[in-house]
Write a protein that binds this ligand. Structure first.
Ligand SMILES: [Zn+2]
Ligand SMILES: [Zn+2]
Length: 148
C-alpha cells in the first residue's frame, strides 16, 4: 500500500490515458529523454522506475535480463504492453537505424498515423495508405454503375 491507500498497480493505472489510437499514454512525469517515469513510495522511500518497463512487467511478465523494451509505436511515453517488445541492445540499435520515418508513399510514420495490427505487433502500418487501400478494395467490389 502507498501513501494514498492504493496499491502501486492501482496508482500506475490512474496515470495511464488510453488514447483513441490504441496507445496508453503516460500522464505522469516524462523525462527529458521522452520516457515516462513512475514514482511511488516503497518502505517509506520514493522510488523511480521507467513507466513502460513497470507496465510490461505488471501486465506481460518479466523482462529477460539485459533486454530493452522497444516501442513498436515509436511513442516513448506509451506504456501499452502490446506496443512493447523485449529486444537485445544490439537488435534495438539495429531497429532504430532501419526504422522508417515515412511509408513507401512518403507519409510520416509517426504518432497517430502509425497503425500497429493487434495480431502482428511487430508491424507498423501507415493509416493514410490503409484508408486508401480499403477504399480501392471497396470500389473494386462495388463498381459504380455504368453511365448511360
Ligand atoms: Zn503505443
Ligand atoms: Zn502512407
Amino acid at each position: 500500500m502507498t501513501q494514498h491507500g492504493l496499491t502501486r498497480e492501482a496508482l500506475f493505472i490512474l496515470k495511464v490515458d488510453r488514447t483513441d489510437d490504441g496507445c496508453w499514454e503516460w500522464t505522469g512525469k516524462v523525462a527529458d529523454n521522452g520516457y515516462g517515469h513512475f514514482i511511488f513510495k516503497e518502505h517509506g522511500k520514493a522510488k523511480t522506475v521507467l513507466a513502460h518497463r513497470f507496465s510490461y512487467e505488471l501486465f506481460a511478465g518479466p523482462i529477460p535480463e539485459g533486454f530493452f523494451l522497444d516501442h513498436l509505436c515509436l511513442k516513448k511515453h506509451c506504456v501499452r504492453p502490446s506496443h512493447l517488445e523485449p529486444v537485445t541492445p544490439g537488435e534495438n540499435n539495429r531497429r532504430h537505424y532501419i526504422k522508417q520515418e515515412v511509408c513507401a508513399q512518403g507519409h510520416p510514420l509517426t504518432g497517430d498515423n502509425v497503425y500497429v495490427p493487434p495480431k502482428h505487433p511487430g508491424q507498423r502500418k501507415c493509416r493514410i495508405c490503409l484508408k486508401r487501400i480499403s477504399k480501392q478494395n471497396y470500389l473494386r467490389r462495388h463498381p459504380a454503375p455504368p453511365s448511360v
